[in-house]
Ligand binder design. Structure first.
Ligand SMILES: Nc1ncnc2c1ncn2[C@@H]1O[C@H](COP(=O)(O)OP(=O)(O)OP(=O)(O)O)[C@@H](O)[C@H]1O
Ligand SMILES: [Mg+2]
Length: 314
């Protein structure tokens, strides 16, 4: 494998406790050059990257993790909080930033599929989960692809539960696909059942979408416990809560209070970006298109682009 400058930057972002200066000295690379490259300055020349490769491997650099898509699932067992809206528009935001993005609709309601403007699909995620068919990936727009869903996925749940491989179907089907994308976003149904568990066993990051109301906050503990359970039982040791995302944010005192309280408790685990309540997001969904194509100047476009940029930075 060729170590690239972006791998070095990502490695130090993911491992803040590892000293760039110590690594540079060990690899006979000028520490200032390495620190500068990590800060987004001048890229390291090839000879330095070659020397760094062997040292970074000693510190846990694993080629596989760096040539694979960042797989993010968008979760909340509460319905109607903005999971599908977020998957669609974050995905498009990442695509507009030049990233190759695959969206996966694993919800029998198929709202993400409809949001992408697709009304009928010959093969869907149901064929993959039930009959081990290859993932049906179809192009939506530049840099953006979708694996559609259909209502019959609802009946798949009971079949998956009785299948010994039922929890691992999505993970297995994504193996050959992960190297083709920068990001894979999975839109989960409003439950913590076997479909969401398929997503949680497949992804390395979780975005928990929450509305700023007290009842919504109550469910947060349930999701965090569920994610911990999957991680602690060795079902997916790479599972990480990427962040809590506030949606449908309004200007009420309750909304502001909840945001402040959760930022105090979860600190950097709350995204800086938040999504304001914006009717254009509803209209874009109804029109079967993303918010940027619907109205590139509205609050929804601004907020989702900011979120996309924040995620690229992480
Ligand atoms: N920021 C927002 N401002 C206004 N309306 C929004 C916003 N985000 C989502 N909505 C609307 O709220 C409704 C629910 O959103 P969405 O379908 O994204 O939620 P969901 O969590 O995916 O729902 P489900 O749990 O049923 O899958 C939709 O009508 C959507 O257009
Ligand atoms: Mg949804």
């Amino acid at each position: 494998m060729n170590l690239l400058n972006k791998h070095v930057i990502t490695f130090f972002k993911r491992n803040p406790a590892i000293s760039a200066t110590a690594v540079a000295k060990e690899a006979n690379v000028p520490p200032a050059s390495l620190r500068n490259a990590i800060a987004g300055g001048r890229p390291l020349p090839e000879k330095h990257l070659v020397s760094l490769f062997h040292v970074l491997k000693k510190y846990g650099f694993n080629e596989e993790d760096y040539n694979q898509a960042n797989v993010i699932c968008v979760v909340n067992h509460k319905g109607g909080v903005g999971k599908t809206t977020t998957t669609m528009n974050l995905g498009k935001g990442l695509a507009l930033e030049g990233k190759k993005v695959l969206l996966i609709d694993i919800d029998p309601q198929s709202n993400l599929t409809q949001h992408c403007g697709i009304t009928t699909a010959e093969t869907t995620i149901a064929d993959t989960l039930l009959d081990d068919e290859p993932l049906p990936v179809q192009e939506v727009s530049e840099n953006l692809w979708l694996v559609p869903s259909e209502l019959s996925l609802a009946t798949a749940e009971s079949k998956l539960v009785t299948d010994v491989n039922g929890w691992f179907k999505l993970r297995n089907s994504l193996r050959g696909v992960k190297s083709q994308f920068d990001y894979i976003l999975i839109d989960c149904p409003p439950s913590l059942g076997i479909l969401t568990n398929n997503a949680l066993l497949t992804c390395n990051n979780v975005i928990i979408v929450i509305e700023t109301e007290y009842l919504a906050i109550k469910g947060l503990g349930v999701i965090l416990k569920h994610v911990d359970g999957i991680k602690n039982n060795g079902l997916n040791d790479k599972l990480n809560i990427m962040g809590l995302l506030f949606t449908k944010v309004n200007t009420t005192v309750v909304s502001k209070t909840i945001i402040n309280e959760l930022r105090d408790v979860y600190k950097k685990r709350v995204f800086e970006a938040s999504i304001r309540r914006n009717i254009a997001l509803v209209e874009a969904a109804g029109a079967g298109t993303d918010i940027f194509s619907y109205d590139s100047n509205c609050n929804g476009s601004q907020d989702y682009l900011e979120l996309a940029k924040e995620i690229i930075e992480r």
